[in-house]
Design a protein around this ligand. Structure first.
Ligand SMILES: CC(C)(COP(=O)(O)OP(=O)(O)OC[C@H]1O[C@@H](n2cnc3c(N)ncnc32)[C@H](O)[C@@H]1OP(=O)(O)O)[C@@H](O)C(=O)NCCC(=O)NCCS
Length: 339
C-alpha cells in the first residue's frame, strides 16, 4: 500500500485521534518543556476555525496507519496569497520522506488556490546560542524555505515571582498613568470596548517586527472580534484581560491578554499587549501587563508558568517582559517559501 496523502475527513474521529497522538508525541520530543497539546483546542481548530481561515488538513498514512499530518490555513480576508503551515511527522517515522510528501501535496493545494507563499515556524536555539540540529529547521531549509523572522520564547516562573517588586512596578506605572484607569474582563469583551480592542488588535503588526515576512495586518472589526471570541470559546480557552481607559475620552487605549487552554490550570500564555500610539509614554503597556497578571493569578491559583513569544527585535516589549521576570528559554524561526 505504501505512503498515501489524503484530506482529513472531519467526521473521521479515529483519524483525528491519531493525528492528535502524533502531535502529542512530536511535542514531547521537539518541545518537551511545553504543556501537553490540548485535545479540545486541537479538534476545535478543525471544527471552529478563526474568522478568515479556511483550514485544510492532510493526513499521511503508511500502509493505512496515520504517520503525519499537514494543517494548511488559507487566509480569506487578508494575506490571501499566503498559507500558514503546520507539519508534523510521528517521531518514530521520520527521515523516510513523509514530511516531503505532505509538503508537496500542500504546495499543490496552495497553487490550486492561487497562493504564492507558505509560512511556518520551527523550534530553534536562542539567537546567538549554539544548539543541536532542529529537524524542522533542517527540513524547511531542505525544501527551499528562507528564514524570515526570529522569535524568542520567554518564560515566567510564577513560583519565583518577586511580588514586592511587581507591586512597586505597578505603583510606579499607576503614578505615570494619571488620567487613565484600568478595567478587567474575562472571556468576552464588554460591548463598550469591543470596537477599541478590535482597532488595537488590527494594528498590532504595524508595531510587532515581522522581519522579512510578507504579511499584511488583519482587517479586524467588532464583528470579526466576536467571531474570534466564539472560536476561542469553542477551544475552551480561558482569557484574562486588562485594559487602560483614557478617562477624558472614555476610549480603551491599552490592552493586555493572558490565556489558559482548557487542558491546563498550571500553564498560561501571555498574549497580546498593545498601546495606541497616541497614548504611549505613560507606562500603559507595563501597567496593563502587571495588573493583568495579578488579575489572572487571583482566579488561577494553580498557575505556575507563563510563556510568551516576542520577535527577537521587539526591544520595547522585551524590556517590559524582563522587568516582570520573564527569561528566554527557546527560540523559533518563521520560514517563508515562495512557491
Ligand atoms: C520537520 C518534519 C516534519 C520532517 O518530517 P520527515 O518526514 O522526517 O521529513 P523527510 O524525511 O521528508 O525529510 C526531507 C528532508 O529534510 C531534511 N531533514 C529532515 N529532518 C532532518 C534532520 N533531523 N536532520 C537533518 N536534515 C533533516 C533532510 O534534507 C531530508 O532529506 P533526506 O532525508 O533525504 O536527507 C519532522 O521532523 C517533524 O515533525 N518535526 C517537528 C515539527 C516541525 O518542526 N515542523 C515544521 C516543519 S516546517
Amino acid at each position: 500500500m505504501g505512503l498515501t496523502v489524503t484530506p482529513l475527513d472531519a467526521a473521521d474521529l479515529p483519524t483525528l485521534d491519531a493525528a492528535y497522538r502524533i502531535a502529542e508525541a512530536a511535542r514531547a520530543v521537539d518541545e518537551p518543556d511545553l504543556p501537553p497539546t490540548c485535545r479540545r483546542r486541537f479538534e476545535a481548530l478543525l471544527r471552529h476555525p478563526m474568522p478568515g481561515i479556511d483550514g485544510r488538513w492532510l493526513v499521511a498514512r503508511l500502509d493505512g496507519e496515520p504517520v503525519g499530518w499537514l494543517r494548511l490555513h488559507l487566509h480569506t480576508l487578508e494575506n490571501t496569497e499566503n498559507a500558514s503551515a503546520e507539519l508534523v511527522v510521528d517521531p518514530i517515522h521520520r527521515r523516510r520522506g513523509i514530511g516531503r510528501a505532505l509538503h508537496e501535496h500542500g504546495v499543490r493545494l496552495l497553487r490550486e488556490h492561487g497562493g504564492k507563499r507558505l509560512v511556518g515556524s520551527t523550534a530553534a536555539a536562542l539567537p546567538g546560542a549554539e544548539g543541536p540540529v532542529f529537524p524542522g529547521a533542517a527540513f524547511a531549509a531542505a525544501v527551499g524555505a528562507k528564514p524570515a523572522n526570529a522569535d524568542v520564547r520567554r518564560r515566567l516562573d510564577v513560583t519565583a515571582l518577586d511580588r514586592p517588586r511587581l507591586a512597586a512596578l505597578l505603583a510606579d506605572a499607576r503614578a505615570a498613568a494619571t488620567g487613565y484607569r484600568t478595567v478587567h474582563w474575562r472571556d468576552h469583551t464588554p460591548d463598550e470596548y469591543v470596537a477599541d480592542t478590535a482597532h488595537l488588535e488590527g494594528r498590532l503588526l504595524l508595531d510587532a517586527p515581522m522581519g522579512e515576512l510578507a504579511w499584511e495586518q488583519q482587517k479586524m472589526d467588532a464583528q470579526r472580534k466576536r467571531g474570534v471570541e466564539r472560536a476561542l470559546d469553542a477551544r475552551g480557552v480561558r482569557r484574562y484581560n486588562t485594559g487602560a481607559v483614557h478617562e477624558a475620552s472614555g476610549r480603551l487605549v491599552g490592552w493586555s491578554q493572558l490565556s489558559l487552554e482548557a487542558s491546563s490550570t498550571e500553564h498560561a500564555w501571555q498574549q497580546i499587549t498593545i498601546v495606541d500610539p497616541g497614548h504611549r509614554g505613560h507606562r500603559l503597556g507595563l501597567l496593563c501587563k502587571v495588573a493583568n497578571l495579578a488579575y489572572a493569578l487571583g482566579h488561577e491559583p494553580a498557575l505556575r508558568t507563563v510563556d510568551t513569544w516576542n520577535a527577537a527585535a521587539n526591544d520595547h516589549m522585551i524590556a517590559i517582559n524582563e522587568q516582570l521576570g520573564f527569561r528566554p528559554v527557546a527560540g523559533s524561526v518563521d520560514w517563508q517559501l515562495t512557491i
